[in-house]
Design a protein around this ligand. Structure first.
Ligand code: HEM
Length: 296
């Protein structure tokens, strides 16, 4: 009879790429179903949200790629080292410059959840480089898969230029055929020398990587919701109000002139000072009395 150990050993004899896909199936679904990702898929993503997620990705890829560079000659990582094809830091820098301007480094926010992910990447890269492949797999194969759908959605929703500005992150110039490249990447992962215990740890690390991504999406969603509670809609309303006001003046006089004219219209028929009003009232009274006396 097969024991759970032999069963587990047998299944662990499968290729790493297959094991990773199986092990992360559930967390992948969880990631796809986070409110942030669900809204994104429906095209419900604002420029503000897109800038926030791009900022977090910059911190994440900076850490990931720093650790990859540290371990590029280490046999536990070297076979999956593809900087020209995959690395995203430079592309994200380009996008951030496009969205925030040349001062982008001082402007991009790093939520706590993003910082936690960054710390894990550095910890793994420095202390357990054999687990780094789990992080590279989670991000890069994801970007080459669902990421391509998200690119089209973002371009349409945010009306970004068709020339690709703001979307460099999703654009892999060094990969002409994503499906073929993913096959090559999987075969390189499968060629990594790895004992059973390490394989299990890699699978656990990949699940952890997905959860770290989910926590980043949740934090971004919270930031956006809080912003809305704390007055973004009001701000937006005020902004829209201002815009409408300005719009009406595009075809008419400036605000100050308009109110002057309205006031004038209302007061044209009436004398302005109380003294003149009193004199007129007394005059009217005197005339009434005179008419009354004359009639007697
Ligand atoms: C709206 C969100 C998402 C959509 C629509 C999406 C969609 C997809 C699709 C269609 C595939 C290809 C499956 C296949 O080739 O069999 C895929 C693969 C993948 N996705 Fe996602 N995904 C999303 C979010 C994510 C996130 C947040 C991550 C991780 C951070 C991720 C990581 C991956 C990985 C690692 C793969 C490769 C699986 C493998 O072939 O081993 N995805 N995704």
């Amino acid at each position: 009879m097969e024991t759970s150990w032999t069963h587990s050993s047998e299944s662990m004899s499968k290729d790493l790429s297959e094991l990773l896909k199986e092990a992360t199936k559930e967390v992948h679904e969880q990631a796809e179903n986070t409110p942030f990702m669900k809204n994104f898929q429906k095209g419900q993503v604002s420029l503000h949200e897109f800038k926030l997620v791009t900022s977090s990705l910059y911190f994440i890829y900076s850490a990931l790629e720093e650790e990859i560079e540290r371990n590029k000659d280490n046999p536990v990582y070297a076979p999956v080292y593809f900087p020209a094809e995959l690395h995203r830091k430079a592309a994200l820098e380009q996008d951030l410059k496009y969205f925030y301007g040349s001062n982008w480094r001082d402007e991009i926010p790093c939520p706590e959840a993003t910082q936690k992910y960054v710390e894990r990447l550095h910890y793994v890269g420095k202390n357990h480089p054999e687990l780094l492949v789990a992080h590279a797999y989670t991000r890069y194969l994801g970007d080459l898969s669902g990421g391509q759908v998200l690119k089209k959605i973002a371009q349409k929703a945010l009306q970004l230029p068709s020339t690709g500005e703001g979307l460099a992150f999703f654009t892999f110039d060094g990969v002409s055929n994503a499906t073929k490249f993913k096959q090559l990447y999987r075969s390189r992962m499968n060629a990594l020398e790895m004992d059973l215990a390490t394989k299990k740890r890699v699978l656990e690390e990949a699940k952890k990587a997905f959860l770290l991504n989910i926590q980043v999406f949740e934090a971004l969603q919270e930031l956006v919701s809080k912003g809305q509670e704390n007055g973004h809609p009001a701000q937006l309303k005020a902004e829209l109000r201002t815009r409408n006001i300005n719009k009406s003046y595009e075809h008419g006089p400036a605000p100050g002139k308009e109110s002057e004219r309205t006031n004038k219209r209302h007061t044209d028929m009436m004398p302005t000072t109380p003294l003149v009003r009193w004199i007129l009232a007394l005059g009217f009274l005197a005339m009434t009395v005179a008419v009354g006396l004359f009639a007697m």
